[in-house]
Design a binder for this molecule. Structure first.
Ligand code: ADP
Ligand code: TYD
Length: 749
């Protein structure tokens, strides 16, 4: 991933609803939901809607939907099984200590296999048909779960647990590694959101409800044991999951028909996995970050009970804190991406772990339960963000051949981390005990659990920083500016950070005075010492000039709407490629007479092509480039057409009906109303001087403080293809071979 391809990122998400309907001729504001992706840089919370739309889009992918259903089933079964097994283990022994021991045993047997078998399972997922791996392990787990109530003894319970977990280890990396093959890269994040929310939010709750219901049934019909029933239900979920996956050939991918992808030995591929994880900075950063975060998580789980007691809380308080973690996680996973939006996920990951660590550090010093609750939500929030970012990066940045092993290494280390800190931390707590540290004037109460929490926080901050350093190499944008501008959704500032200039578009109907104002604005900016380039659509490039000839030619009366849309898009693609992008990259102020909105208005509303189609086409053509500011010169079409006629003979579009031009005007206005902070709408019936003055005011405010190309300190060479001239168009800005980025001089509107 590169630094900050801001516009591309914002446009990449598939938040767009499927092709919308054509705009009715007199539509007032037809753009509210079609404009969804456009709202990315408005601070109006539209991001949350975006997430939901993206998740829906992901669920429309049939194979993924099926996999998700089967995964949800297995996950539900898993939680139900865990509840049943812990209940069963506790009931099989007598006494508090023994039942605690039994619980600990169950958990230990759940975590243990991963350490040994995890990497092996990953190599397996990379080598063999993933679908068969998943089906076979599901069937085996079905058998094992069903066997627990039949055999009905504690030793077998532990053994079965161990085996179930062992087989799950083969299932998980196969699934994790298969998902990225089913979806586009940009769909992975919403897919992961969905999976995580399902696994840690929906299914455990559902399982708890079902388990409670089973207990009710048991009370009514004592002959049926609720734990047994839960285990049978659970077993069946695995059977169903196996069936679903059997019917999903796309999971196999290239591993179909038992084909062994690599020729190297099993051990060799295992070694490859480790060496890949160790030598790829991104993966190394992820592994360090995730493992460290789970060490901290283990420490928090292990100190939880002591901590709550120290705060004077009981079981209820413990439950509250426990719930707060999940609330935080859910928030982080749910709204994290729409907050982080433009930030590179490599950055989000490390930064979020650091913040989670800071929350834990504060937690270690929190005086009251309420403050602790807030801190725990915050911690969960950042942890959720980090988890999602890390998981998504593993999916998008790791090649298919090695993905299974990478996921597996991570899951092994996570479990090892949990075991170690769950084991070590209680010792630490006991060892430190309760002390008052005498600091002369004050006595600092020091307790084991607070010290352990503090250490956990330090570890999280440390691994977060380490991960950040590993993964963030060569990013030119300073972190703080990156985060602040992303939070403010300030796309202009973000492009500036990525060394881009500013794009100003003029839009409006025929004869609105765009050419006049473009020229005046460019002259003024040049007078103020800025490198300002004026350009236009259609026709600013050699290829574009040819296209302009076609689209405006009245002899082309039969040009189909879609052909027309494609021609304008082709012109735009060439324009962005040859003129706009290079000039922006050189830090110039670029003014374009017409841009994407013209296509939306003329081809979308005018020709009634679905607006979404036109938007998608234009976005694609423009590589996601959007204007930072659009100046709309609004004018009743009668007036504009009359003006234009005074100028030259009507071209093909000018000759369209008044109704057509009315729709065009409506759409321009609707687009502006949908994003008021990116538009300046002016009444074009005012005099040219009045309009020019209003534009200067707004542009001066807009540009103040931006480091743009200016003529004062000539140094850097700028390579931009000179636009083609043609009659009646503004002269292209003089080519400034010697200009440099520096602070914008004081502008004088
Ligand atoms: N504010 C204005 N009031 C009246 N006439 C104007 C105004 N601005 C421009 N014109 C005239 O209207 C005609 C079209 O202006 P132009 O800038 O070419 O518009 P566009 O580029 O939007 O088609 C020109 O003859 C121009 O002199
Ligand atoms: C850029 C663009 C222009 N057009 C139309 C609008 C104009 O009628 C025509 C040529 O634009 P332009 O030369 O700017 O015309 P004017 O100066 O008269 O406003 O192309 C589209 O239909 N779609 C587009 O994407």
């Amino acid at each position: 991933m590169t630094a900050a391809p801001v516009e591309e990122d914002a446009a990449a998400g598939d938040g767009l609803p499927p092709a919308g309907t054509p705009v009715p001729p007199d539509a007032e504001l037809p753009l509210t939901d079609a404009g969804e992706a456009d709202t990315s840089d408005r601070g109006d919370g539209a991001g949350a809607v975006g997430s939901v739309a993206k998740i829906r889009a992901v669920l429309r992918v049939r194979d993924f939907r099926k996999l998700w259903l089967s995964m949800s089933l297995s996950s539900f079964g898993d939680w139900l099984g865990l509840l049943a097994i812990t209940a069963m283990a506790a009931s099989m022994v007598d006494g508090f200590a023994a039942s605690n021991f039994a619980l600990g045993g169950v958990l230990l047997f759940r975590l243990l296999p991963a350490i040994v078998l995890g990497p092996l399972a990953g190599a397996f997922a990379d080598r063999f048909d993933r679908r068969k791996t998943m089906v076979v392990t599901d069937i085996i787990r079905f058998g094992l779960f069903a066997s627990i109530p039949i055999v009905d003894n504690l030793v077998w319970l532990f053994i079965a647990q161990f085996l179930i977990e062992a087989f799950s280890l083969f299932w998980i990396p196969a699934k994790d590694a298969a998902v990225p093959n089913m979806l586009r890269k940009d769909q992975l994040e919403p897919a992961n959101q969905l999976s995580l929310v399902t696994t840690y939010g929906l299914t455990p709750v559902l399982a708890a409800i079902v388990f409670a219901l089973l207990a009710v049934i048991n009370a009514e019909l004592p002959s049926i044991d609720e734990v047994d029933l839960a285990l049978y239900v659970n077993a069946v979920t695995f059977l169903v999951a196996a069936l679903v996956i059997w019917n999903l050939p796309s999971i196999s991918g290239r591993r179909a028909a038992g084909a062994v992808v690599q020729q190297e030995s099993f051990l060799g591929s295992l070694k490859d996995g480790f060496s890949f994880a160790g030598h790829t900075p991104l993966v190394r950063g992820l592994v360090v970050g995730i493992t460290g975060a789970f060490v901290a998580a283990g420490a928090i789980i292990a100190t939880g009970q002591f901590y709550v007691q120290a705060l004077g809380g009981g079981d209820a308080a413990y439950g509250l804190l426990f719930g707060a973690v999940f609330v935080g996680l859910g928030l982080g996973i749910g709204v994290g991406p729409s907050i982080a939006r433009d930030l590179a996920r490599e950055r989000v990951f490390g930064v979020a772990i650091v913040f989670a660590g800071i929350a834990v550090l504060l937690l270690s010093a929190s005086p009251t339960l309420w403050i602790s609750l807030v801190l725990v939500v915050l911690m969960g929030f950042f942890a959720g963000m980090a988890y999602l970012a890390g998981f998504t990066l593993l999916g998008t940045e790791v090649e298919d051949e090695i993905r299974g092993r990478t996921f597996a290494i991570v899951q092994s280390l996570v479990r090892a981390a949990l075991i170690v800190s769950l084991g070590v931390v209680p010792f630490g707590v006991g060892l430190i005990g309760q002390h008052d540290v005498d600091l002369g004037a004050v006595a600092l109460p020091l307790s084991g659990e607070r010290v352990m929490l503090f250490v956990a926080g330090l570890i999280a901050v440390g691994v977060g920083l380490l991960a950040y350093r590993q993964m963030d190499d060569g990013r030119p944008v300073p972190l703080l500016a990156d985060v602040v501008t992303a939070l403010r959704r300030d796309t202009t500032a973000r492009r500036r950070l990525a060394r881009g200039g500013v794009l100003i578009a003029f839009e409006g109907g025929e004869g609105a005075g765009k050419s006049t104002q473009v020229r005046r604005l460019q002259e003024w900016l040049a007078d103020e010492g800025l490198v300002a380039r004026a350009s236009f659509e259609p026709g600013a490039t050699p290829a574009g000039a040819g296209i302009r000839g076609i689209v405006l030619d009245k002899a082309q009366a039969g040009l189909a709407p879609r052909a027309e849309a494609l021609l304008y898009a082709a012109d735009r693609a060439q324009h962005v490629h040859d003129v706009l992008r290079p000039a922006l990259d050189a830090g110039e102020v670029v003014i374009t007479d017409r841009f994407i909105d013209s296509s939306l208005a003329y081809q979308g509303a005018g020709r009634t092509i679905p607006l979404d189609d036109v938007r998608m086409l234009s976005r694609w053509a423009a590589q996601g480039l959007q204007p930072d500011l659009t100046i709309l010169l609004d004018l009743p079409p009668e007036v504009g057409l009359a003006r234009a006629r005074g100028r030259a003979a009507a071209d093909r579009l000018e000759s369209e009906s008044l109704d057509f031009h009315q729709r065009v005007r409506q759409t321009f206005r609707a687009l502006a109303e949908a994003a008021p902070d990116r538009y300046l709408v002016l009444d074009a019936r005012q005099s040219p001087d009045e309009i020019a003055a209003a534009i200067r005011m707004r542009v001066a405010r807009f540009l103040s403080g931006l480091p743009l190309q200016n003529l004062a300190h000539p140094v850097r060479q700028v390579e931009v293809a000179p636009p083609v001239r043609h009659d009646g168009r503004p002269d292209p800005a003089p080519h400034h071979p010697h200009a440099q980025t520096g602070a914008t001089p004081q502008l004088h509107p």
